[in-house]
Ligand binder design. Structure first.
Ligand code: PLP
Length: 409
């Protein structure tokens, strides 16, 4: 008889985006002429940097020739990409990360989801809330989460509320935790932590022998000086943190797939007997056993993001999205709405007016203004009463949306 991993049966269906799609298509069927603007998407819309396109064309030609053809590459990534990452994302910021601490992968979704493979089942896991749902769901799949309560919270997960009440700076957990998921700049709130605020977490992890899983998929959107680009800017973080980075939002690789994870060699976990074990070694073992590397062509495309032209093209696109974010943020603030994020992030987190629930505000925007957002409650219980808008649309649509939003009463 085939036994299944019953943890999967505990997962409620992921209805958020399918519910949104259903509501939008029903509305469209009833109002075929409505010009719907989608500010709900978490996907980029601008094409890849030209430097990446050129690099891919060249790499395709290399694959057509026996002398330059590549088969399996190193699972951890080709040296040319790993070295470009180390030089540009770390050494250039004075951070001492070495090539064998970087693992190139097909996405931060996979890496943040798979990292649990090397961590023990008895760890107490804390997750900021609301947040990117993959952290919670993958902990459920691995049997770390306990049972889902009527409050939509998992019994074994420690939720760290991140709301306007605490200025989106979660408090340290009251009881000791072993694993902490942090995502900054945050999806969905668009908020960040300053260096001092992040240091509080690093110090906590050092004092409690905890591990921080730091997802900085939106690092490229950081504009403010005191916001760290890497957790390793904080003293001691290399002994307590794993960092996840992605080319998805940085350079439009959402459909092209390339990311990387840094697992410092100083980082250790423990056996039940208290013996220290290198997490870098464990992740290397996991990565090389279960993953066969990102395609050569794609790694060349990622490398090209670090060329002078590539850097400029990446910057131009990020600035385009950040300008959209500013337009949304300022347009809504003028309306008297409470808005957060959008300064170091493509996400704008809006407090719903008139005590509406997330879904009521979603329906209002769809029906009255023909704008699609994402209900905040879809990102966790503490997202109730908020809605996420994104800056990934076109400038024209963003401006039109803000015009319409002026009609909010
Ligand atoms: N981490 C966060 C916080 C995200 O919001 C996303 C995508 O939306 C990802 C990771 C996924 O990144 P990737 O495309 O590299 O899998």
């Amino acid at each position: 008889m085939i036994l299944i991993n019953e943890n999967y049966t505990k997962l409620p269906g992921s209805y958020l985006f399918s519910d949104i799609a259903r509501k939008v298509s029903e509305f469209k069927a009833a109002n075929p002429t409505a010009n719907i603007i989608r500010l709900g998407i978490g996907d980029v819309t601008k094409p890849l940097p030209q430097a990446s396109i050129d690099a891919m064309h060249k790499a395709v030609d290399e694959m057509a020739n026996a002398e330059t053809f590549r088969g399996y590459g190193p699972e951890q990534g080709y040296d040319f990409l790993v070295n470009a990452i180390v030089e540009n994302d770390y050494k250039a910021r004075g951070l001492d990360i070495s090539a064998d601490e970087v693992f190139v992968s097909d996405g931060s979704k996979s890496d943040t989801g798979n990292i649990g493979d090397i961590l023990g089942l008895d760890n107490i896991v804390a997750i900021t809330d609301p947040v990117y749902p993959v952290y919670v769901d993958t902990n459920v799949m691995a049997g770390h989460a306990g049972e889902l309560g009527s409050d939509n919270m998992w019994s074994k997960i420690i939720y760290l509320p991140s709301t306007s009440e605490n200025d989106f700076v979660p408090e340290l957990p009251k009881n000791k935790v072993d694993i902490i998921y942090l995502c900054y700049p945050n999806n969905p709130t668009g908020t960040t932590l300053t260096k001092d605020q992040l240091k509080v977490w690093v110090d906590y992890a050092i004092n409690n022998k905890s591990l921080i899983l730091f997802d900085s998929a939106y690092e490229a959107f950081i504009t403010e000086e005191d916001v760290p680009h890497s957790i390793y800017e904080i003293d001691g973080a290399e002994s307590v943190a794993i960092e996840f980075r992605s080319f998805s939002k940085t350079a439009g690789f959402t459909g092209t797939r390339c990311a990387y994870t840094v697992v410092p060699k100083k980082l250790v976990g423990y056996t039940k007997q208290g013996e220290a074990v290198s997490l870098n070694k464990l992740w290397n073992r996991r990565h090389t056993t279960k993953f066969n590397g990102v395609p050569y062509i794609i790694q060349r495309a990622a490398e090209a993001c670090y060329s002078p032209e590539g850097k400029q093209q990446v910057r131009d696109t990020i600035n385009y999205y950040l300008n959209n974010a500013k337009i949304i943020r300022e347009g809504l603030a003028v309306q008297g709405l409470k808005v957060y994020g959008g300064v170091n992030s493509p996400y704008i987190w809006v407090k719903t007016p008139n005590n509406m629930t997330s879904w009521q505000f979603f329906d209002y925007l769809l029906h009255e203004l023909n704008i699609v957002g994402t209900p905040g409650v879809g990102f966790g219980p503490n997202g109730e009463g908020y809605l996420r808008l994104t800056a990934f649309g076109t400038l024209e649509n963003t401006e039109e949306a803000v015009e319409r939003l002026k009609k909010i009463k």
